[in-house]
Design a protein around this ligand. Structure first.
Ligand SMILES: Cc1cc2nc3c(=O)[nH]c(=O)nc-3n(C[C@H](O)[C@H](O)[C@H](O)COP(=O)(O)OP(=O)(O)OC[C@H]3O[C@@H](n4cnc5c(N)ncnc54)[C@H](O)[C@@H]3O)c2cc1C
Length: 356
């Protein structure tokens, strides 16, 4: 019998273990991961305070240029980019001295009763007082198949033969020829940049690669580019599943509803929620199985999700208008859910008249 079982050993599990730290000393903990879903090497984030992510940054920016606008300062936020594996490996090393068992198995089912929770895997059954679940492929599934929507994108790492990029400025919302799809670019140096596309659609689209390359050639006609990495990726978006197997089955990570529906961003909200959950556990209490989202933002996200499903082009236009009409810091606060009610209402009004 374990005190804690973590199903899935990705970002949310490691951040929570890191936050729990000393609480783990006298506890028996099991982490189960089948290593199947390691699909995104780079993670970008923004923050207006120092975070654990900063020491893993391979680049950072204090200015953002959105299509058709002059570069805008991100102050007090800094945007950073890190390599996911470096972060995870480093956190894992800090946990070496704790009584944690790391198991490579596939979780198949979780069943919670009043006092314990059972985890069924392809290697047997384990029991714990509390189970933390970040496995999107087991019940309750995430996203709910009825609400399923993905943010898909193509990622290119390019190297130029000359110094063409402004490495202080991230470019957000690069207009691409396919409707409902936009690009963004994070220059790692004057010669190297990460270029990505993003679109809300239920399938992955390989054509984005061509559009991104055309953008590079058109924008920097004198340079020649070499591709050093490319990848197609997709982020499932949605609300946390409403039905769980019981109160000892706690969802974490994207399954807890921590990836923002309008942006696909997650690591900062996962970090904030890890701190909150660790504090609740330190008080000897059991955290709520899912995140309780601020009602105003829940209404907004539900509306956005519906719009993405019914008319992805309109959703794309809302994002474009919001980035063009408001400062980048307002956009960050909107995604972080930290805007005051009056500013939130004003922001919504500014984004909508164009459409209806
Ligand atoms: C392509 C892509 C790009 C992204 N870019 C960004 C970004 O730039 N910035 C940002 O903030 N967020 C980004 N995200 C979102 C971010 O990756 C997630 O928010 C974060 O990784 C979620 O953490 P998690 O623990 O929920 O999931 P993960 O980190 O994916 O961890 C889940 C773990 O569970 C394991 N697992 C799953 N099912 C089972 C099972 N049945 N049995 C055993 N193990 C299982 C997997 O192997 C995995 O290790 C991106 C996501 C994707 C897919």
């Amino acid at each position: 019998m374990y005190d804690y079982i973590f199903c899935g050993g990705g970002l949310s599990t490691l951040l929570l273990l890191h936050e729990m730290n000393d609480q783990l000393i006298d506890k028996k903990t099991l982490v189960i991961d089948n290593d199947e879903y390691k699909n995104n090497p780079y993670l970008s984030y923004w923050s207006d305070e120092p975070t654990i992510f900063d020491e893993f940054r391979i680049a950072s920016w204090n200015k953002v240029q959105c299509s058709g606008r002059r570069p805008d300062s991100t102050d007090p936020y800094t945007i950073g980019l890190l390599k996911k594996e470096e972060l995870l490996n480093s956190i894992r090393k800090t946990l070496d001295n704790f009584p944690i068992t790391w198991s490579s198995a596939k979780v198949q089912q979780i069943k919670s009763s009043e006092k314990t929770c059972k985890v069924y895997t392809d290697a047997g059954v384990e029991k714990a007082k509390l189970v933390f679940d970040s496995c999107v492929d087991i019940r309750p599934l995430f996203p709910d198949p009825k609400e399923s929507i993905v943010l898909s994108g193509y990622e290119l790492l390019v190297e130029s033969d000359s110094e063409v990029f402004d490495d202080n400025t991230a470019k957000f919302y690069i207009q691409l020829p396919k409707t409902g799809t936009f690009g963004y670019m994070l220059p790692l140096s004057k010669k190297i940049a990460l270029l990505e596309s993003a679109s809300f659609q239920p399938r992955l689209d390989n054509n984005d690669r061509k559009m991104l390359l055309q953008y590079l050639v058109k924008t920097y006609p004198k340079a020649r580019f070499r591709l050093t990495h490319e990848q197609l990726g997709m982020i499932p978006l949605g609300f946390p599943p409403p039905r769980l197997s019981g109160s000892r089955h706690i969802l974490i990570g994207q399954k807890r509803g921590l990836v923002k529906i309008s942006a696909g961003y997650g690591i900062m909200s996962i970090l904030r929620e890890s701190k909150r959950i660790a504090a609740i556990l330190a008080d000897g209490k059991i955290p709520k199985p899912v995140r309780i989202q601020d009602r105003r933002y829940q209404i907004m996200d539900r509306y956005f999700l519906k719009l993405v499903r019914d008319n992805p082009n309109k959703a794309d236009r809302i994002i474009r208008r919001s980035l063009q009409k408001q400062s980048i810091t307002t956009n960050f606060a909107l995604i972080d859910e930290t805007l005051q009610t009056t500013k939130l209402a004003y922001t919504m009004i500014k984004s909508l008249p164009f459409l209806f």
